[in-house]
Ligand binder design. Structure first.
Ligand code: IDP
Ligand code: MG
Length: 139
C-alpha cells in the first residue's frame, strides 16, 4: 500500500443532475482527502489530451461530445491506494457490469454517460492531473 493521488472528474451529467455533493461525500466518507478542485468546461483540445488512449476508438466522437458539452468538476484526491479505491467506488466501465452500490451502478444508465472518471495507474494519474491542474493549485 502507498499514498497515491488520482484525478477524479464529476462529468457533465453529474453536475447537471445535481449529484456533486453526494458524489464528493462518497470519497470523503471513505477517508480520502481532496487536495484540489475546480469547475471547468473541457475544450475539445483538453478532451483529446485527457482521452489520448481512446482517440482512435469508434466511440471517441460520442465521448468527446459528452465530456465537452457542459461544465464538470475536477478533483485531485489523495490517500492510501487512492487509484484502486476510487475506481472501486466509481464502478465498472461497461453498463452491464456496473454493480449497485458503486457510483456508476447507482447513477449511470449508459456506458458512455457514466457520471465519473478516475485515473487507472500512477503514471496516468500524474499525466491527467497535469492536464487539469498546476502544481500551485494542488494542496
Ligand atoms: P473508465 O472510465 O472506466 O476508465 P475507459 O475504458 O478508460 O473507462 O473509457 C473512458 C470513457 O470512455 C468511459 O468512462 C466512458 O465514458 C467511455 N467509454 C468507454 N468504453 C466505451 C464503449 O464501449 N462505448 C461507449 N463509450 C465508452
Ligand atoms: Mg479509463
Amino acid at each position: 500500500m502507498s499514498k497515491e493521488r488520482t484525478l477524479i472528474l464529476l462529468k457533465p451529467d453529474a453536475v447537471s443532475r445535481g449529484l456533486v455533493g453526494k458524489l464528493i461525500s462518497r470519497y470523503e466518507n471513505k477517508g480520502l482527502r481532496i487536495c484540489a478542485m475546480k469547475m471547468i468546461k473541457v475544450s475539445p483540445e483538453l478532451a483529446r489530451k485527457h482521452y489520448i488512449a481512446h482517440i482512435h476508438k469508434p466511440f471517441y466522437p460520442e465521448l468527446e461530445a459528452y465530456i465537452t458539452r457542459d461544465r464538470l468538476v475536477a478533483l485531485v484526491i489523495e490517500g492510501e491506494s487512492a487509484i484502486a479505491v476510487t475506481r472501486a467506488i466509481n464502478g465498472a466501465t461497461k453498463l452491464e457490469q456496473m454493480i449497485p452500490g458503486t457510483i456508476r451502478g447507482d447513477y449511470a444508465a449508459s456506458t458512455t454517460e457514466n457520471v465519473v472518471h478516475g485515473s487507472d495507474s500512477p503514471e496516468n494519474a500524474k499525466y491527467e492531473i497535469g492536464n487539469f491542474f498546476t502544481s500551485e493549485e494542488i494542496y
